[in-house]
Write a protein that binds this ligand. Structure first.
Ligand SMILES: Nc1ncnc2c1ncn2[C@@H]1O[C@H](COP(=O)(O)OP(=O)(O)OP(=O)(O)O)[C@@H](O)[C@H]1O
Ligand SMILES: Nc1nc2c(ncn2[C@H]2C[C@H](O)[C@@H](COP(=O)(O)OP(=O)(O)O)O2)c(=O)[nH]1
Length: 226
């Protein structure tokens, strides 16, 4: 079997990780695993980890490292036959070290977006709490203002996306992420992309992955996901 491809996407809240991950999944057939989505699934299913994680997320805190790694590493083990892209994990150095001992990464994509742009995007971000679907009132608005496209239920704004909480949250992200970025830079697998628009970053991410992902693998992955 040809070698599988393992990638991580890093970036502050609002940097476009989810948006780019979806494009990577559909263009290259990688499985997209978002820690936030996986946590929400666990919360909905009331698993032990989900019940525990909920208490932290509700307070706007990060879920402790040992809870996150106990949740994510077994999920990755289930995907040993797939190429994947991880979004939202690892978020701390301890998580990155745990991931390191479980598998070898090929590429780390790091999104470097100006603070003003992040603030502007998150100010306009609305979510459907039950599903985690994300809208942006400018970039991808819902079909009907204030209402989820699929369920018709009302959208809400995260407390921590409101302007008062945002700056502190983004600053905290930077402190926690720096050692993770440094680790991947030292390993020589970090690729940093800086711009204010996802549409301008995407062509560079796409050509990086086209160069790194073996063609036969990309074809095989696409065949299994379509
Ligand atoms: N790797 C992680 N380590 C710790 N907590 C996590 C991790 N991933 C997600 N979480 C928790 O789940 C919550 C939701 O995560 P999610 O990534 O969906 O949203 P977010 O924090 O708004 O970030 P982003 O805007 O970058 O997607 C986080 O606020 C955090 O409490
Ligand atoms: N205006 C604008 N908005 C963008 C762009 N790329 C993504 N967005 C929107 C979509 C979301 O509402 C918000 C954050 O994007 P996301 O993909 O959820 O980011 P992340 O939090 O997963 O890193 O910003 C972009 O390039 N321009």
């Amino acid at each position: 079997m040809s070698k599988l491809f393992r990638a991580v996407i890093l970036g502050p809240p609002g940097s476009g990780k989810g948006t780019i991950s979806e494009r990577v999944a559909s263009s290259f057939g990688l499985q997209h695993l978002s820690s936030g989505d996986f946590l929400r699934e666990n919360i909905a299913a009331k698993t032990e980890a989900g019940v525990l994680a909920k208490t932290y997320i509700e307070k706007g805190a990060l879920v402790p490292d040992h809870v996150m790694t106990r949740l994510m590493l077994p999920r990755l083990e289930e995907m040993t036959r797939h190429s994947w892209l991880l979004d939202g994990f690892p978020r701390t150095l301890a998580q990155a070290e745990a991931l390191n001992s479980a598998c070898e990464l090929d590429v780390v994509i790091s999104l470097n977006i100006p603070l003003e742009t992040l603030k502007e995007r998150l100010r306009h971000r609305w979510i459907h709490p039950a599903s985690g679907r994300v809208y942006n009132m400018c970039f991808n608005p819902p079909r009907v203002q204030g209402v989820d496209d699929i369920s018709g239920e009302p959208l809400i704004q995260h407390e921590d996306d409101k302007p008062e909480a945002l700056v502190a949250r983004l600053r905290h992200y930077k402190d926690v992420a720096k050692p993770v970025i440094d680790l991947y830079r030292a390993k020589g697998i970090l690729h940093m992309f800086s711009d204010t628009e996802t549409d301008r970053i995407w062509p560079y991410v796409s050509s990086l992955l086209s160069a790194k992902i073996p063609t036969d693998l990309a074809d095989a992955q696409r065949a299994t996901t379509h």
